[in-house]
Design a protein around this ligand. Sequence first.
Ligand code: MHF
Ligand code: KIV
Ligand code: MG
Length: 275
Amino acid sequence: MSTPPRQKRLTPADITALKGNRPIVSLTAYTTPVAKIMDRHCDLLLVGDSLGMVLYGMETTVGVTMDMMVAHGQATMRGASRACVIVDLPFGAYQESKEQAFRNAVRLMKETGCDGVKLEGGEEMAETVAFLVSRGVPVFGHVGLMPQQVNTSGGYRSKGHSEAEQDKIRRDARAIDQAGAFAIVIEGTVEPLAREITTELSAATIGIGASPACDGQILVSDDMLGLFNEFKPRFVKHYTELATIIDQAVADYADEVKARTFPGPEHTFQIRPKK
Ligand SMILES: Nc1nc(=O)c2c([nH]1)NC[C@@H]1CN(c3ccc(C(=O)N[C@@H](CCC(=O)O)C(=O)O)cc3)CN21
Ligand SMILES: CC(C)C(=O)C(=O)O
Ligand SMILES: [Mg+2]
């Protein structure tokens, strides 16, 4: 009995090794069918807590739960065979203590089979990141604009416009890098700072609204597909207009149902003739 050669996914270490070689391609994924498509083109798939907003209609990511991340982590893993898959720790699942962070990170890895976890934060999270990495959990960091802090940071505003803010983000990125993160998302941050951080860190930097100077790029898939249109940050580019395409398809279906032109004979069962 020979089993077919099972394709192996890229590891977090493989992602770090791409730094300095070629840009890292990344998107969010939440479901099996979409993950299957993304997997063909991406190095890294992130099951982002943005799913609360793009799939569930929540106002922010603050209400996203561990159970939601487990369910969508499992769905995404079923569609991914070659990309590295990382799952976001949601708000409240890691800020309390490094032990809480470890417990929830291990739950994500055991119940989904994902390759590591992502958490938001800088200097204040460095000890937690080191705790996880030293115990076998690959960590993807996230600095700059941190959506889980929307209620204390005064909204979704780009970062690094003042020297004080630049110093803070520089210290945050250094701390998470030193703590052993394999990669770090830099979100909504001015170009010169993103470039400087990228040059300085060992970790690969993955930008979202952080200029082309980063080691790689990520976008929320529903944003780049033109499916989520509640808001459009400056950093989003629509590569297609799925909302418009779906609207047209549904309108055509509604017209045909009302006109009784759907279902047609080819969609309809008749009694089989007796032989
Ligand atoms: N669909 C979606 N896309 C995202 O990129 C995303 C989420 N959801 N949910 C979690 C966070 C929230 N994010 C956001 C949301 C809004 C802006 C925004 O509207 N920014 C404005 C203001 C910029 C400024 O004042 O500096 C912009 O014009 O980009 C940015 C990031 C990024 N993340
Ligand atoms: C936008 C990315 C970095 C993210 O954290 C998410 O999708 O939740
Ligand atoms: Mg997130």
